[in-house]
Design a protein around this ligand. Structure first.
Ligand code: 5MM
Length: 343
């Protein structure tokens, strides 16, 4: 089997019907915020114990095809001494690795960021493959305001995503390409659609220019939603219609899967929107699934609070969200009536 055959198979396995990806790749600064929010100290052992809780959830592989890890986590072991990547793979879950090194200010463009981490990336991929990772992720971030994002920010971030994806495929891993248009702001759904379309168009132009093989990659975009401060919050049916219109205009059918980020949506909204996207009529040539971080983990942290006695309840919370999103991936999730919680 050539590396390219393997990459295609891995990309397809990650998009298995009824399954999605658990994004557990928070860098140390981000996981510190999450742990602090539940009164847990951000020590290496607590970060390990939390990830152990997530990955040892019984039945997780029924709804989760892959997990994105942070560098530190890929080197850690579960309570029984098995490296996390090995344990996940043995359980039918494909381990992946976040390879970007976060964002820095874009010089000359106040309020805009560019993602760093391209230097030495090929060598890092060799080690990550050795450690068991079979796919990778790189996240670019674009903000919306009246005059942002600039054409320059769109271009440099698209260029970096394409450079990363080309290097990733050359080193034998499947790249997940994540251009995130942030929800922050008072902008409308229409404005989010306009920006997301421009960003995806630039990303696919760059991927083409860099020779990235579309069958051997996955896209991780934002859904097209109203800004968090927008007084008119578009309902799920409008989010689905706008998101699908945008994707049909920009994402070639050769891409096997589109794995949405949750981007700060509540866990229930993220499930409802994914369901509406999958239940909508019209052409959908790609698998449409989830690669959620916060929308899968928020209820887990809330249930755990760092107590061993709460581990089982926290794992149930994760399994529930994974199961509901697995249903949403198939368009069979039923939203609970107002004021009720889905079971
Ligand atoms: C889980 O959060 C990921 C890592 O964030 P930092 O590098 O800032 O620590 C993040 O890349 C995540 O994979 C995506 O943004 C999707 O997560 P959400 O929470 O938006 O679904």
């Amino acid at each position: 089997m050539t590396a390219f055959d393997e990459l295609h198979r891995t990309a397809l396995a990650l998009t298995t019907r009824g399954k999605g990806i658990l994004a557990a790749d928070e860098s140390t600064g981000t996981i510190e915020k999450r742990l602090k929010s539940i009164g847990v100290q951000c020590t290496e052992e607590n970060r390990r114990a939390y990830r152990d809780l997530l990955f040892s959830t019984k039945g997780l592989s029924e709804f989760i095809s892959g997990v994105i890890l942070f560098d530190e986590t890929l080197r850690q072991k579960d309570a029984g001494g098995t490296p996390f990547a090995e344990g996940l793979a043995a359980n039918g879950i494909i381990p992946g690795i976040k390879v970007d090194k976060g964002t820095v200010d874009l010089p000359g463009h106040p309020g805009e960021k560019v993602t760093q981490g391209l230097d030495g990336l090929a060598a890092r991929f060799d080690e990550y493959r050795e450690l068991g990772a079979r796919f990778a992720k790189w996240r670019a971030v674009l903000s919306i305001s009246d005059d942002l994002p600039s054409a320059h920010a769109i271009e440099v971030n698209a260029h970096a995503l394409a450079r990363y994806a080309a290097i990733c495929q050359a080193q034998g891993l499947v790249p997940i390409v994540e251009p995130e248009v942030l929800m922050d702001g008072a902008h409308t759904l229409t404005r989010c659609a306009q920006v997301t379309e421009a960003v995806l168009q630039a990303v696919f132009d760059a991927l083409h220019a860099h020779g990235v093989v579309l069958e051997r990659m996955l896209l991780k975009p934002n859904m097209v939603v109203s800004g968090t401060e927008c007084p008119q919050q578009a309902p799920a049916a409008e989010v689905a219609a706008a998101t699908l219109t945008c994707l049909r205009r920009t994402v070639p059918a050769a891409v096997p899967g589109i794995m949405f980020l949750s981007g700060g949506q509540t866990d229930e909204t993220a499930t409802e929107n994914l369901n509406a996207i999958n239940a909508a009529d019209g052409a959908k040539p790609w698998a449409l699934s989830f690669s959620y971080g916060r929308a899968l983990q928020a209820p887990v942290l809330k249930a755990w609070r760092g107590e061993v006695a709460n581990v089982a309840a926290a794992q149930q919370a994760l399994l529930k969200r994974a199961r509901l999103n697995g249903a949403a991936q198939q368009g069979t999730y039923h939203s609970p009536p107002n004021g009720k919680t889905a079971t």
